[in-house]
Ligand binder design. Structure first.
Ligand code: CNA
Length: 339
């Protein structure tokens, strides 16, 4: 370690990093701002948008994320007496002790939550013919509930939509598993009696084949990457931000900055370069800090879609309320003329 420290102390990192960045790729945004991103979307240069999202797009629906201090799941798992917060999503721990996962699953089961404005913004991008793909880490299926087509979705960490026996791989439906979970029963395979687990990817399991099949082509063709509601801490998902071309603009909408480049890692050849929002060399990365729903509404406003988005959210929520026979929303949908 001391030798490495000595070696680094003799290297002028700043100089090397500057050299690395000497050739700045072409800037496609008219200006490197939120407004510049909106203008770019309106231009004919932006036809393939990829959205990458995480738990932060669903917190407004009432589903906690992992890492937000206080409200995140990792701060609220004490009652399960786990060896570590992550254990609830670790495959080996699950096979030994599935109860904590199923207790939590009952709380978070899809069907009890409504998509957020942000989910409907993704749907709107699809309707406008601009969505190449939405890569989600979420397992709550709210993108599907919002109407995003299955062909436009990559559920990178799996989904509650289907389930399989961990042993013989027999498939089970979401409804079958849900019925057991809501009766506080642990679902067991009808055939081999082993555990049945929803097809969400646990730590220690590979990502779905669809993720690997689509990612290279999708990201090569991407004209704009929009990253929303994720801490970009879980790999390989997080490294997707480096899969786009050097010129492709990237917009982060999140409560905190994340995914920024680490100059030392870059120099050592470790991983991708990450994003650069603030240096004087920034030419394509833009950050909008705040809640995803507000960010999507602000972007929709600049695009002239705000009323359309608000109307979509309102109508869809009313329909969900009516179908679930819950109290119908009293919210008034905006009229076509109002902004
Ligand atoms: P994370 O690590 O908890 O990060 C969430 C990020 O979103 C943080 O940067 C927050 O600051 C930010 N955030 C939270 N709420 C908002 C908001 N309303 N507006 C803007 N930003 C917000 O979660 P990641 O998704 O990055 O981590 C990946 C894990 C989380 C995946 O494996 C998921 O399966 C897992 N997860 C999914 C869900 C779900 O399906 N809804 C819920 C909890 C965890």
């Amino acid at each position: 370690v001391d030798q490495l420290k000595n070696l680094f102390s003799t290297i002028n990192l700043g100089e090397l990093i500057n050299k690395d960045n000497e050739e700045k790729p072409e800037q496609l945004l008219p200006e490197v701002t939120f407004k510049g991103v909106a203008e770019y979307i309106k231009s004919d240069k932006c036809k393939n948008i990829i959205v990458m999202c995480g738990a932060g797009i669903s917190t407004a629906a009432g589903i906690p994320d992992f890492r937000t201090p206080g409200t995140g799941l990792y701060d609220n798992l004490q009652k399960y007496e786990l060896p570590s917060p992550q254990a609830i999503f670790e495959i080996n721990f699950f096979k030994e002790n599935p109860q904590p996962f199923y207790t939590l699953a009952k709380e978070l089961y899809p069907g009890s939550f409504k998509p957020t404005t942000c989910h409907y913004f993704i749907k709107l991008l699809e309707q406008k013919g601009l969505l190449r793909r939405a890569y989600t880490q979420n397992i709550d299926t709210l993108e599907r509930v919002a109407g995003v087509g299955g062909d436009k979705l990559v559920e990178a960490h799996g989904t509650f939509h289907t389930a399989h026996c961990v042993q013989c791989r027999m498939e089970y439906s979401q409804d079958w598993v849900k019925e057991k979970v809501f009766k506080d029963e642990i679902p067991h395979c009808k055939d081999c009696e082993e555990l049945v687990k929803p097809d969400i990817v646990f730590f220690g399991e590979p990502l779905p084949r669809r993720f690997f099949n689509l990612r290279y082509e999708d990201f090569r063709l991407c004209d704009l990457l929009i990253v929303m509601g994720t801490s970009l801490k879980v790999h390989p998902f997080a490294s997707l931000v480096d899969g786009v071309e050097d010129t492709t603009p990237r917009l982060l909408i999140n409560r905190e900055k994340c995914g920024e480049s680490d100059p030392l890692m870059k120099l050592l050849g470790g991983g991708g370069a990450g994003m650069d929002f603030d240096s004087d060399k920034a030419y394509r990365d833009v950050c909008w800090l705040g809640d995803c729903d507000d960010g999507c509404l602000a972007l929709a406003d600049l695009l002239g879609w705000k009323n359309e988005l608000k109307t979509m959210v309102c109508n869809q929520h009313k329909e969900i309320d009516q179908n679930s026979q819950a109290t119908a929303s009293k919210e008034k949908c905006p009229s076509k003329k109002s902004a």
